[in-house]
Ligand binder design. Structure first.
Ligand code: HEC
Ligand code: HEC
Length: 189
């Protein structure tokens, strides 16, 4: 008969020595540190201006990826490069856990354009998740500011923001289609 206690102990031992045991993100510590972000990203990550993306309800793996990209300079933005350069990996994980845990209040979008965009967004859901609620490293778009999303799509198109799949997709969309699709995303809950 297998000795269960020995087996579990063995598995635990292996995890420690493979380096797979990583401290779980501390959302409370992230909340405390988020005071540095409030000035731009708003209370609880629900920003009040399309200049600053809403972080509330965003996928934690996506947030961590972006913070690392700003720190490494592979995603360019002066303000965020400055912010991220002072953050450790652990602090990034904590901030991401906190922002993922708060509710996105929804930016909303122009209702006529949003209706027009409806027929074009199903191709986005495959990667961004049903209803564009996000999936892993693919961001939530639902409830995000349409004007922010427009700027990002234009940046992917021009190549000033780099991402293989998104550059290809953005190049397939005309400016009118970008307007309709982003107003649709903004109005999703
Ligand atoms: C001085 C203003 C400012 C502060 C403070 C700030 N940010 Fe930002 N942040 C921005 C701007 C502007 C952008 C959009 C950059 C762009 O257009 O590419 C952004 C983008 C981001 C993004 C990418 C979101 C997305 O949807 O891709 C993340 C994640 C982020 N910020 C996290 C943080 C965190 C965490 C803090 C606090 C530690 C913080 N920011 C503080 C201005 C700020
Ligand atoms: C093949 C998978 C895939 C498909 C299909 C896809 N996306 Fe993306 N999208 C991504 C990934 C991955 C990212 C994150 C890129 C990064 O890490 O910088 C992203 C990022 C974005 C962003 C940046 C969001 C932010 O918060 O900064 C926007 C806007 C966007 N996608 C819009 C769309 C739209 C609109 C569609 C449909 C027309 C679409 N995407 C279809 C994979 C996809």
């Amino acid at each position: 008969m297998i000795n269960l206690r020995k087996l579990v102990g063995g598995v635990f031992f292996c995890l420690i020595y493979s380096g797979a045991v990583v401290a779980a993100p501390d959302s409370a510590a992230g909340k405390t540190m988020s005071s540095r972000c409030v000035g731009c990203h708003g209370a609880e990550g629900n920003s009040q201006s399309s200049n600053f993306p809403i972080l509330a309800g965003q996928k934690p793996a996506y947030i961590v990826n972006q913070l690392r990209a700003f720190r490494a300079g592979t995603r360019e933005n002066g303000m965020m490069q400055n912010m991220a350069s002072n953050l450790s990996n652990e602090e990034m994980n904590n901030l991401a856990a906190y922002f993922a845990s708060v509710k996105n209040k929804g930016a909303g979008g122009d209702s006529a354009l949003a209706k027009e965009g409806e027929s074009k967004v199903s191709m986005c859901f495959g990667c961004h998740g049903q209803g564009a609620k996000g999936m892993g490293v693919t961001p939530r778009l639902a409830g995000q500011y349409p004007d922010y999303l427009k700027r990002q799509l234009q940046a992917f198109k021009k190549g000033t923001r780099k991402n293989g799949p998104m550059s290809g997709i953005a190049k397939m969309l005309s400016d009118d289609e970008i307007a309709a699709v982003t107003e649709h995303m903004g109005s999703l809950k």
